[in-house]
Design a protein around this ligand. Structure first.
Ligand code: SAM
Ligand code: DTB
Ligand code: SF4
Length: 324
């Protein structure tokens, strides 16, 4: 029997073998899989906006926005709907096709739902794809966001199940999977990935990707974030991950989830052009654009423009209505 192109029965042993093969063989395999499903010279662009910053009740060890971390970020309220729409318009003019709105919440409050719905509708009216990342959702919240027209929900599993409690104690890995299942069952597209470079073992990076690749359906988007070390958080001084390990992680994501958009997400400011080119060769085909992520820096548009021009990379236009 032929091996199916998209599998959800990957084992850790198979993934480990793929990850640890000679680097050139790994890149060749990843690029071959990539070319089966995507134009290798196209990269999708998303733009992030923090719609509610800081003061978060969760204790994620990497995050500038946790009220429990020592990081001195002041908490803000949910921002005005009109401001979100104005920022989204600018992002569209800058070439982004998806607008991702993030809130520093454990979960949204019901009193915020009407404003969130208005943001989704306003951004969709610009002809952009919409994404939100708001923490854990109950069924009613999932249905309300879906009915407002939300295209994607981002909810990262962040690391392996084994390492999870070293990074976050205020919720469990299983809580994350519950929300991901709710979002998928409601018919929204799933964006789920994680962070590497948090002091985890190689096995944790592999297990994290196997967990994503053995969900009932693969996430449509898989963000691979390199930890941005934030001063005064527990991970501020963690040892830097070898860049080759990061490229191997992108390649494994591409091979295990061949049709998903693998996003080279946080941490690009500290990556050389060569490293980013290698990640793209390994199958990463999406980035965040704009000089800020949620609270941290991202390369400026000029810098990304120059890199893409040098590499001959074009913007991927998916699901975005340029006529609006
Ligand atoms: N509060 C919501 C949640 O946790 O799902 C949404 C916002 S949260 C900031 C979104 C994601 O950003 C996290 O799941 C994590 O993967 C990523 N992230 C946060 N801080 C980061 C950092 N310092 N470096 C890399 N990625 C980070
Ligand atoms: C994702 O995986 N990475 C984005 C987005 N999804 C929400 C967030 C990165 C945040 C980086 C740290 C900051 O800006 O505070
Ligand atoms: Fe809160 Fe999300 Fe940051 Fe965790 S990652 S502290 S849930 S904003």
């Amino acid at each position: 029997m032929d091996t199916p192109l998209v599998r959800t029965d990957w084992t850790r042993e198979e993934a480990e073998k793929i990850y640890n093969q000679p680097f050139m063989d790994l890149l060749y395999q990843a690029q071959t899989v990539h070319r089966t499903h995507f134009d290798p010279n196209q990269v999708q662009r998303s733009k992030l906006l923090s719609i509610k910053t800081g003061g978060c009740a969760e204790d994620c060890a990497y995050c500038s926005q946790s009220a429990r971390n020592g990081a001195k970020l002041s908490a803000s309220k949910l921002i005005e709907v009109q401001r979100v729409i104005a920022e989204a318009r600018k992002a569209k003019e800058g070439g982004a096709t998806r607008y991702c709105m993030g809130a520093a919440w454990r979960s949204p409050k019901d009193r915020d739902m009407a404003a969130l719905e208005a943001m989704i509708q306003g951004v969709k009216d610009l002809g952009m794809e919409t994404c939100m990342t708001l923490g854990m959702l109950d069924d009613n919240q999932v249905f309300r966001l879906r009915d407002a027209g939300l295209d994607y929900y981002n909810h990262n599993i962040d690391t392996s199940e084994r390492y999870y409690s070293e990074i976050i104690t205020t919720r469990t890995f299983a809580d994350r999977i519950d929300t991901l299942n709710r979002v998928r069952e409601a018919g929204m597209k799933v964006c789920a990935g994680g962070i590497v470079g948090m002091g985890e073992q190689q096995m944790d990076r592999i297990d994290m990707l196997v967990s994503l690749a053995t969900l009932e359906e693969h996430p449509d988007s898989v963000p691979v974030n390199m930890l941005i070390p934030i001063a005064d958080t527990p991970l501020a001084d963690v040892e830097k991950l070898d860049p080759i390990e990061f490229v191997r992680t992108c390649a494994l994501a591409r091979i295990l989830m061949p049709k998903s958009h693998v996003r080279l997400s946080a941490g690009r400011t500290d990556m050389s052009d060569e490293m980013q080119a290698m990640c793209i060769f390994a199958g990463a085909n999406s980035i965040f654009v704009g000089d800020t992520l949620l609270t941290a820096d991202n390369p400026e548009e000029d810098k990304d423009g120059q890199l893409f021009a040098k590499l001959g990379i074009q913007a991927m236009v998916v699901g975005c209505d340029a006529s609006k």
